[in-house]
Design a protein. Sequence first.
Length: 253
Amino acid sequence: MALQKGDFILIDYVAKVKETNEVFDTTQEEVAKKERLGKEGDIYEPKLVVLGENWVLKALDEALTAMDADKPQSVEISAEKGFGQRDPEKIKRVPIKQLYAKEINPVVGARIEFQGKMATVRSTGSGRVLLDYNPPLAGRTLIYDVKITKKLDLAEEKIGALIHRSVPVVEENKFQIALNGINLIINMPEETFYVEGIQIAKRGIAMDIQKFLPEIAETKFVETFKSEAKPVPPSQAEKVEEPSAEEAKPAAP
């Protein structure tokens, strides 16, 4: 299976740090539970990747183009091709009172936002906090145990995958897709009516469809609100029909 830029694929992977064998990311729920990575609301399933779009690390993206479906492979990514080398200039000491003023509790190991940037708290003491503004995986060699589970070829498959990428909390098969030439209609299931940020998600879906399926000229989202069933009033007692004169005659002997 020759892959190229723009192809839609689904991948399963376990990503770990080579030096420590620590798992830092995965698409597999059982691995996440074992490594205590899971958080409430996290969804574990094969990840959609459009090759060449930098939805994964560039080095991994490039490795995927040479892989075959359903054949697991280990991809090693150096620090230079991953999150870069650690920069000592990005490690700062700041007075702890500045963090308290922002209602930040500097727990060692925690990721916090301070002065508009994300940092890791490395240590505290003597009224100061050591903040590391390097990416957490900077300077580490990464290993991805990855498998391509499927290549998406049909337009409907690609549309469904793009929808699910933007609205992962609703099952993909609950969206009804009607593609008629250059016109696309997406019927939204009732569950989406209560999803936070659904309007932004719909705009993102439309933009993705415009980018990756330019032959589609129009995308419509249909939301159908159904009235609640009203209680049926008790039916009136059935009237007892009087027999007709003909019916009332006694049967002939």
